[in-house]
Design a protein around this ligand. Structure first.
Ligand SMILES: C[S@@+](CC[C@H](N)C(=O)[O-])C[C@H]1O[C@@H](n2cnc3c(N)ncnc32)[C@H](O)[C@@H]1O
Length: 287
């Protein structure tokens, strides 16, 4: 069984990290606008990503069964002024669909990742656009907000996952796609990081900006009281809190490392998605 996939907006490659640890998945192409992210990705996974998604000719890609796309979330996050699909970055979803549908065969599965704010943005109209566009292309859609701290990683991060499937590719039954009971477990920062006793049980969401804000500042996410003293999360702590047990940043600068860490998807989420995809593909005797 082989499930070939493309990793769009690949960043640190959370999808690649998790899918390469599961049987059957093979990455045939990736893309990211950021040159440093591309070179770090290649160093970790041996696949050289393409650049701007807008420049991709999907007919030139090898055929793929699965599209993974954590498209840029700024238009929908609280930090992004809520401009949604009016913002140029909102059109990144259109680019995902252009690549997905313009290839040599129609992929049976599309997985989208974004901030949960997408659900209620513009009175729900942005998410409706996503679902309608997928529906018009013949896909059925299931979605769920996953919370890191519910799955044994003490970080508050929540992310929306949308799984779209062609009824011809994955037979009905996928309605129960998110069977999460076996993943549910909790831990604390103290237990998880082994750096001393944290006053807080769970880390704030790791973000791109706001680092080194005062602990009392509402933008603070990296400062904690540990054993009665101020402690700042390190790059290594954040790698663990995003679920990357092995990873190399190569020559990426410190600020580039922080940016990539703030952008990425906890690998517990992409592992869950990968395992659930496998479960359903097997259950429905698709391969
Ligand atoms: C939310 S991050 C994705 C994180 C990634 N999925 C991961 O696992 O780390 C969005 C990524 O989209 C990239 N990006 C933004 N605009 C792009 C474009 N036009 N084409 C390709 N990549 C783009 C950014 O450089 C950034 O790495």
């Amino acid at each position: 069984m082989e499930i070939s996939y493309v990793d769009l907006f690949c960043g640190m490659g959370s999808f690649h990290y998790s899918l390469s640890r599961l049987p059957g998945f093979r990455c045939v192409a990736a893309c990211d606008l950021n040159e440093v992210a591309r070179s770090v990705y290649e160093e970790n996974y041996g696949v050289a990503p393409l650049g701007d998604i807008c420049d991709i000719d999907p007919e030139e890609l090898p055929p793929f069964d699965l599209v993974c796309a954590g498209f840029p979330c700024q238009p929908f996050s609280q930090a992004g002024h809520g401009r949604g699909f009016d913002d140029e970055r909102g059109t990144m979803f259109s680019q995902v669909m252009r690549v997905a549908l313009g290839g040599r065969r129609k992929p049976g599965l599309i997985v989208l990742e974004n901030v949960r704010g997408l659900l209620r943005h513009n009175d729900g109209k942005s998410f409706e656009t996503v679902c309608d566009t997928l529906g018009e292309a013949g896909y059925s859609v299931v979605y769920k907000v996953l919370t890191c701290s519910a799955f044994g990683i003490p970080q508050m991060r929540k992310r929306l996952f949308v799984v779209a499937y062609l009824p011809t590719a994955v037979k009905p039954g996928i309605g129960q796609f998110f069977d999460l009971a076996s993943y549910e477990t909790t831990t604390t920062l103290t237990e998880f990081l082994g750096r001393g006793v944290f006053e807080k049980p769970t880390a704030y969401t790791i973000r791109c900006g706001g680092r080194l804000s005062a602990i009392t500042d509402r933008h603070n996410w990296d400062g904690y009281i540990v054993d009665g003293r101020e402690y700042r999360l390190t790059v290594e702590d954040c790698l663990r809190l995003q679920g990357f047990e092995t990873y190399t940043f190569g020559t990426a600068s410190t600020s580039q490392r922080w940016k990539m860490l703030g952008n990425t998807i906890p690998t517990i989420f992409t592992r869950i998605i990968g395992e659930q995809l496998l479960r359903f593909i097997r259950k429905n005797s698709l391969q």
